[in-house]
Design a protein around this ligand. Structure first.
Ligand code: FA5
Ligand code: MG
Length: 415
């Protein structure tokens, strides 16, 4: 029954994804390039801008919902495999068989039965079945799309689910969550699910919207303008999108709603009502840090990444564009002057003054003390980059040589 085998070497007609082999078939449209993003987990890299936004959102949810002792109510799942079944991504969420979001032109299919998740909501069902009531699902999602400044086939989402019992929802015993005898598949003319009482839906809607407006204010500031837009999702009813006003535009940052009761009962959950939301990290990060291009999130360039190195994830960071031209790295190792009062900062000053604006960054990559002689040596990795042109290795060597001469002048011995 299983359409994949584990751990073994993939056969010719198989693809290996995160250590599991999957059979190819006529649905397979996942490319090697897309496969290369699997497991990169940039959203978990400590100082990555997406990681800063992720941590701020998780902290907000932790702080907003606490148990009596101040412990967070929500559990976080941020290492769920992005390879999911069509049942997880679609069927379990009541997405119809003929829904356009299932099409091969929109999704990366591994085969007929498996795809790269197109939203984090794909994990809702398994976590509901596991008996969880309050949880966040965080990870990379994959959609076939154009590649431009704001679109990239891989982006990141945080999804949330919160379930409440009658006792958690109401202060009085007289009220109930459900309308006696109503069919879970029907919608009432009030725009809610027929099976829900109006008071239960209104209280859930209130908490959901309060939570999300609070989140928007935490991220963008108390002054942020926002508006709610009625929308449709197969898995929530009623459903809304939250838009915030940023740089003279209304920007959609999330979708949310009251969970379809059929999803809960299919997962074995009874006597509870739930709300859910799903938001994208990239858009929020692009606004918060003024990052102009979504591709930058995939940059390995330290000129980009170092701008987000901060001890305080809430500090205001405004991205300063780095040069378009490539970096060039050269190492320099030398024995420190024998007089013993040479510090790394001395070297940085020398390199900065001799190397002018071509030196973008310097790291100490090795600090070695000779066991017998006690002599110390440092190795520095210097990153060069010109703001207006591509540096050749010859250009770099010239400057590198000048720095070398300058350290010799202060008594260092180049190795
Ligand atoms: C969803 O993915 C739903 N699963 C969200 C949801 C969850 C609704 C739970 C209700 C309950 P949507 O496709 O609109 O919906 O994406 C949700 C968010 O992801 C968007 O609001 C946006 O912030 C982000 N997003 C969607 N597409 C892109 C894209 N191409 N690039 C960047 N961010 C995107
Ligand atoms: Mg949307």
């Amino acid at each position: 029954l299983r359409s994949f085998t584990s751990q073994s070497k993939p056969q010719l007609n198989e693809i290996s994804l995160l250590g599991q082999n999957f059979a190819r078939d006529d649905y397979t449209n996942i490319t090697d390039k897309i496969c290369s993003y699997l497991g990169m987990n940039i959203y978990l890299d400590q100082n990555h801008p997406l990681s800063l936004v992720r941590q701020r959102i998780v902290n907000y949810v932790y702080k907003t919902f606490t148990k009596s002792r101040g412990n967070p109510v929500f559990s976080v799942f941020d290492r769920l495999s992005p390879v999911v079944s069509t049942n997880q991504n679609f069927d379990s969420l009541l997405i119809p068989k003929d829904h356009p979001s299932r099409s091969k032109s929109d999704c990366y299919y591994v085969n007929r039965d498996y795809l790269l998740r197109a939203h984090m909501t794909a994990h809702q069902n398994e976590l509901l079945r596991a008996g969880l009531n309050n949880f966040l699902m965080i990870g990379d999602v994959y959609r076939r799309d154009e590649i431009d400044r704001t679109h990239f086939p891989v982006f990141h989402q945080i999804d949330a689910v919160r379930l409440k019992t009658k006792d958690e929802l109401f202060e009085t015993k007289a009220l109930s969550i459900f309308e006696e005898g109503a069919n879970e598949a029907f919608t009432s003319d009030q725009g809610k699910q027929a099976c829900h009482s109006l008071e239960a839906v209104k209280l859930m809607e209130y908490e959901l919207k309060e939570t999300l407006v609070g989140l928007a204010k935490t991220l963008f500031g108390d002054e942020i303008q926002y508006r709610w837009v009625d929308v449709y999702f197969p898995f929530t009813q009623p459903s809304w999108e939250l838009e915030v006003h940023y740089d003279n535009n209304w920007m959609e940052i999330l979708g949310c709603g009251i969970m379809q009761q059929r999803i809960l009962s299919n997962a074995g959950v009874t006597e509870k009502i739930g709300w859910a939301f799903g938001l994208g990290l990239e858009r929020i990060a692009m606004c918060l840090y003024q990052i102009p291009d979504i591709r930058l999130f995939w940059s390995k360039d330290t000129g980009f990444l170092n701008q987000f190195k901060t001890a305080d994830i809430n500090s205001k960071i405004t991205y300063i564009p780095v040069s378009q031209y490539p970096q060039c790295k050269n190492d320099l190792s030398f024995w420190l002057p024998e007089n013993g009062d040479f510090s790394s900062n001395d070297f940085y000053d020398i390199a900065r003054s001799v190397g002018e604006d071509l030196v973008e960054q310097i790291e100490l990559v090795d600090d070695f003390k000779h066991p017998k002689t006690g002599k110390r040596s440092h190795c520095y990795r210097i990153t060069y980059r010109h703001m207006e042109k591509t540096l050749t290795q010859a250009d770099v060597n010239l400057v590198h040589k000048k720095i070398e001469e300058a350290v010799k002048n202060v008594g260092a011995v180049v190795r």
